[in-house]
Design a protein. Structure first.
Length: 216
């Protein structure tokens, strides 16, 4: 049976690179994002390389939308072996200007959606007795910026969520981690290229004694 990877927050940087890395190992890829035309573009790129790819439209910040996508995926394709939560709102706005509404709405995407996604796959992973959940973290969790207030709070939240989930699920052989990316993703950067970063996701999945947080 083909292994299944679900990526929430599919994008042209890390998302595509992670998809390619796992697809090379025989995984079928399921992409979730809000933009149908972008998903079609990513699907065509990956299928052009001979990979098995599916896509579902959902908003990571909308609980019912995200839950509905996971129900459809599990009904049509089965249960995932790996979940990657890669959604975030990269808002550049100073903390002194950030409104209550902005902070709450961004938090839904930056953190709450990750909990919804994890809770959607945990029961099947518990039944299988194994699974991997990876959350995309960021350097703002360690070095918060007043000019990226909501994202800094969001990445701190993702870091905490990964740690609490990892502790809660450790005895059930479900591994949870965050890849804390302490740099700007750039294809031309020898360290922070999407392909180099994607390798960290694959390593976490395959190296059983990986730390919960991989700081990169």
């Amino acid at each position: 049976m083909t292994s299944l990877l679900i990526i929430v927050g599919m994008g042209e940087g890390n998302g595509l690179a992670i998809a390619r890395r796992f697809a090379k190992e025989g995984f079928a890829i399921v992409m979730i994002a809000r933009n149908q035309s972008k998903l079609q573009e990513y699907r065509e790129q990956l299928q052009g390389s001979g990979y098995e790819v599916y896509d579902f439209v959902a908003d990571a910040g909308d609980e019912s939308s995200l839950k509905s996508a996971f129900v459809s995926i599990q009904e049509q394709l089965g249960n995932p072996d790996v979940l990657v939560y890669n959604a975030a709102v990269p808002r550049m706005e100073n903390v002194l200007s950030t409104s209550f509404e902005t902070l709450v709405n961004d938090f839904k995407v930056n953190v709450a959606g990750a909990l919804v996604a994890a809770q959607a796959v945990i029961p099947s992973m518990q039944a299988q007795g194994k699974g991997t959940i990876l959350l995309t973290g960021g350097g703002f969790a360690l070095y918060p910026s007043p000019d990226f207030a909501s994202l800094s709070i969001g990445k701190a939240g993702i870091r905490s969520l990964a740690n609490t989930l990892a502790t809660a699920l450790k005895s059930q052989n479900i591994r949870v981690g965050t890849i804390t990316i302490c740099g700007t993703v750039d294809a031309a950067d020898p360290k922070y290229s999407p392909d180099r970063i994607a390798e960290k996701y694959w390593e976490f999945h395959t190296i059983q004694d990986s730390e919960t947080e991989v700081v990169y």
